[in-house]
Design a binder for this molecule. Structure first.
Ligand code: ADP
Ligand code: MG
Ligand code: MG
Length: 894
């Protein structure tokens, strides 16, 4: 193609075309066309970037001519000329992908400066100091971003010169300091690049800068970010070239960032920070502590009023909270960026609900505005107020949630330790995009410098990670790998607790509690319930879990795992006795001890879940899981034998020999029950078939509890679920047994209980013959954990060693134990549902694997037409929202 358009002036670009222009470019075009004050400029498209990569890093044909033409237009509008020694035009070169990636891409400011044009700038503005300040910023930005010289090298130069001034700030540097700084910075670049310096020719500067932006698309930190956020690599980035405006031209100039609402709480107040006499990244870099935006009202009232009306306009226009960048040049306001603002889960909920009340958006939009992940954040723990006493340090509450971990100061080390399963908290003076991988691995992030809009704060909020910023009392000593606060020294590896909701940092591991959820949350959940079709139940094994689940809106228990009830001390003993029993008689005696314990648990759950179904699964795991481990037994036996040598009396000897005999017997029993593949061994309904007394006891406990609770006036709806069925006959056998015991118990109590009997579908064979199984079942519940294991032939407990490699190398896209494998396992779910319903149209079908709480899997469950999903209590709200969202998008595509 010869007539490709690679460049769009802001007046021309389509504000909706984010794919083509990137988010920043689209926003600039939209603002320009809305008549807002935006410095003139143009966007080089993402297609140009993709073409650059496709053709071995060559700019596409004609792109450069179009760029030059674009520059001519800027020259015309500003009355300045690029590279002109008298009246130079300076531009910024800004990257911008379709999805905003905070800090991932780099911007070069003041491009077009060289030893000649800097004189022109000084003459033009009558301010030599300003011109030199712009030049030294350009030199270090170009050196760092385009030429790859470490930022710290320039930082050190700045620090050295700043310390020579009286005030010690960057604004205290005199022209002669700046002149020297520039010379030193150039020298550093020259040395580092073995003889290569910053090009003097502005067009050459522009060319390499654009190429550098394109190159940064494939830089490590951008690639890392995309991996974590599941953004494909082939979108490409756009480049924006824009006339510079200067916030560093004295006391009526400045620069800042703002959110149209509070991004932490959602409160409807302008939230932002600015710095007078500063440029570009100064606010977010944390080099000076910025002022809250409210101060601008008294400092520059006219500008403030104009700014407020612009932000209002933007929010109304985009119908969402915006995150904007602005610069004030000698009292004139310029808008430099607008985008949908990142926010915490709490803010997302509040803003969505508020905007419905304000009439800005409808309920369906509100539901789509909150992501399930954000809701997850809302359910995050906070530090238990009872224990939150001795505060080590306080900073800004940059991103909510409480977290504990061992202190680490280096991002690589954080990543390494995180990889080894160690919980770490990354503590830094401030963070930069180079720390991103360490932030991913950390439980929380703490910085000593920087505000609510600093890199650490923005990135942490995006990840839903707890973060405290600007804890100024913290003195970080990277060399010693420690920090101190008022004399308290905390060394690498020490535990601290971070509360990002309040900005507090504590020494040690403090207990945490779940937050209470406010009216906005309940409102949003009500709307979700209005539109969702899928039912949401919880996996709960105890009355307490059931209570939590019900408070979170669960519509019943979808999976109660009875074996979890056996792990308490007293219960385990009885359980072992049952397993090791010689013959049915002895087994029944042991079971009699378990019966009242189970009955009590069931009664508790029935009470909490009154009026709602409770699906109870009969005993499922291999029996040997309840027995002591073999090597432990062997050790005990060896110890007993050792102590034989020290025995003094015959009596003691006799006792000891008895103990040895007993241990030996236990070893033989455990040996007898040992299985090579327990996951595929004697478990599930296979136990109940061979030891019907086990099923009998459990069913009796269920019905005795049901009668008891129903007699107390509550409504009980037990659903008894038979696990691991692969042959229809197994379910036939067990269901007959269940009905028989049910008749018995209800007869004894003279009551009738409405109940159902069904089965887990968790083996491929069961899905295949679902039409043969369905006649014996009132319901199916897909046990997708085991179904995934058996479909893949993959043991979950052994998979961690290689699954990580598989995911990293894209052999498979996701961990199939977290995200339902729709391609394979999903077929069985679909088939099982269809075949089951082909003989029993009203068969109730649900899912109770881990996947029941995963939004993407929930979407699949909606498509297949399941009746409900069941997930852990804390994921119930997430499932309700995800079910609503999938119902909305299903409705939209219909
Ligand atoms: P990022 O995506 O990292 O925010 P930006 O391109 O938005 O990168 O810019 C970095 C900083 O430089 C921001 O503070 C921005 O407002 C400022 N900036 C960018 N272009 C200009 C310009 N033409 N004039 C003045 N400041 C600018
Ligand atoms: Mg930036
Ligand atoms: Mg920006």
């Amino acid at each position: 193609m010869t007539n490709n358009k690679w460049v769009y002036p802001f007046e021309e670009g389509n504000g909706e075309a984010k794919q083509l222009l990137g988010g920043k470019g689209a926003g600039l075009a939209e603002m320009t066309q809305a008549g807002l004050p935006v410095p003139p400029g143009f966007t080089i498209t993402t297609e140009a970037c993709n073409s650059y990569y496709a053709s071995n890093k060559q700019f596409p044909e004609e792109m450069w001519e179009q760029v030059q033409h674009g520059l001519k237009e800027i020259e015309r509008k500003t009355g300045r000329r690029f590279g002109d020694a008298q009246n130079p035009l300076l531009v910024s070169v800004r990257s911008g992908a379709a999805l905003s990636m905070p800090g991932m891409m780099d911007t070069v400011l003041n491009l077009g400066l060289n030893d000649n044009t800097v004189q022109g700038l000084a003459a033009q503005t009558g301010d030599l100091r300003f011109a030199l300040d712009a030049y030294r910023r350009f030199a270090s930005l170009f050196g760092e971003i385009v030429m790859g010289v470490a930022h710290a090298k320039f930082e050190r130069v700045m620090d050295r010169f700043k310390s020579q001034t009286d005030g010690g700030r960057d604004t205290d540097l005199l022209p002669e300091h700046l002149q020297e700084i520039i010379a030193v910075e150039k020298q550093i670049i020259f040395t580092e690049q073995s003889g290569l310096g910053i090009p003097e020719d502005p067009y050459e500067q522009l060319r390499v800068a654009v190429a550098a932006v394109f190159d940064s698309w494939m830089g490590r930190r951008a690639v890392d970010y995309r991996r974590v956020n599941r953004i494909p690599d082939n979108l490409g980035t756009a480049v924006n070239i824009q006339a510079m405006v200067f916030g560093n031209m004295g006391q009526t100039s400045g620069t800042g960032v703002a959110f149209t609402r509070n991004p932490a709480t959602g409160e409807k107040v302008l939230f932002g920070e600015y710095l007078i006499n500063a440029q570009g990244e100064d606010v977010v870099a944390g080099t000076r502590t910025p002022n809250p935006i409210a101060n601008l009202k008294s400092e520059l009232p006219v500008v403030y009023d104009q700014f407020v009306s612009i932000t209002n306009l933007l929010e109304t226009h985009y119908r969402d909270m915006q995150d904007v960048e602005f610069t004030i040049e000698q009292g004139q306001l310029w808008m430099l960026q607008t985008r949908t603002g990142k926010r915490t889960g709490a803010a997302a909920v509040r803003i969505a609900v508020d905007m419905v009340a304000e009439g800005v958006i409808d309920k369906a939009t509100a539901l789509q505005r909150v992501s399930p992940d954000q809701l997850d954040q809302l359910l995050h723990p906070m530090v238990d107020p009872l224990y939150a006493t001795a505060v080590l340090a306080t900073g800004l509450p940059a991103s909510p949630g409480a977290a504990q971990g061992q202190v680490v100061f280096d991002a690589d080390e954080a990543e390494q330790m995180g990889h080894d399963g160690i919980k770490v908290i990354l503590v830094r003076q401030e963070t930069s995009p180079d720390d991103f991988h360490g932030m991913v691995a950390a439980q929380a992030i703490v910085t000593a410098r920087g505000g609510m809009t600093s890199h650490a704060a923005v990135v942490a909020r995006g990840m839903g990670k707890s973060c405290v910023c600007g804890a100024t009392k913290i003195n970080v000593d990277y060399g010693q790998q420690q920090f101190n606060v008022d004399g308290t020294v905390v060394t690498k590896g020490d535990w601290i607790t971070v509360d990002g909701s309040t900005g507090r940092i504590f020494l040690g591991k403090l207990p945490t509690v779940q937050p209470s959820l406010g009216p906005d949350f309940r409102q949003l959940m009500t709307w979700a319930d209005e539109v969702r079709r899928l039912g949401v139940r919880a996996n709960a094994d105890t009355p307490h879990d059931s209570q939590v689940a019900r408070e979170f809106g669960a519509e019943g228990v979808g999976l109660c795992r009875t074996e979890h009830m056996f792990f308490g001390e007293d219960r385990l003993a009885a359980m072992r006795e049952m397993i090791l029993a010689d013959g049915a008689g002895a087994r029944e005696k042991a079971l009699e001890k378990l019966l009242p314990l189970q009955r009590k648990d069931f009664a508790g759950i029935f009470e909490v879940m009154t009026g709602l179904p409770v699906t109870i699964r009969l005993l499922d795991p291999p029996l040997h899981e309840f027995l002591p481990a073999m090597d432990e037994l062997q050790n005990q036996l060896a110890e007993l034998k050792m102590s034989l040598q020290h025995v003094r009396s015959i009596h003691d000897m006799d006792k000891l020999l008895d103990q040895i005999d007993e241990k030996r017997w236990l070893v033989r029993q455990v040996e007898r029950l040992r299985e090579v593949n327990p996951m595929l061994g004697h478990r599930g309904c296979r136990v109940g078939l061979i030891y019907p007394e086990v099923t009998r006891m459990q069913v009796r406990a269920i019905f005795e509890a049901a009668c008891q609770v129903q007699a107390a006036g509550k409504v009980v709806r037990p659903e008894i679920m038979v696990p691991l069925v692969s042959v229809a006959e197994e379910l036939k056998n067990q269901s007959e047994l269940i009905h028989e015991v049910a008749r018995q118990v209800t007869g004894e109590h003279g009551m009738t209980i409405k109940y159902e009997v069904g089965t887990m579908i968790e083996l491929p064979r069961a899905a295949l013959i679902a039409d043969k199984i369905a006649p014996y079942a009132d319901f199916f519940s897909f046990g997708t954990n085991d179904l995934t294991q058996t479909t893949f032939g993959l043991s979950r407990d052994d998979s961690s060693r290689f699954l990580a490699y598989y995911i990293e190398h894209k052999v498979i896209a996701d961990d199939p134990f977290q995200v339902l494998d729709q391609e394979g396992v999903g077929q069985l779910v679909r088939m099982g549902t269809e075949r089951g319903r082909s003989v029993k149209p009203r068969l109730q079908v649900g899912i109770c694997g881990e996947h029941g709480g995963d939004p993407r899997s929930i979407q699949f469950c909606e498509q297949v037409g399941l009746d409900y999903v069941s997930c852990s209590p804390y994921r119930v709200p997430i499932a309700r929202l995800a079910a609503a969202q999938t119902a909305l998008s299903a409705g939209a595509s219909r």
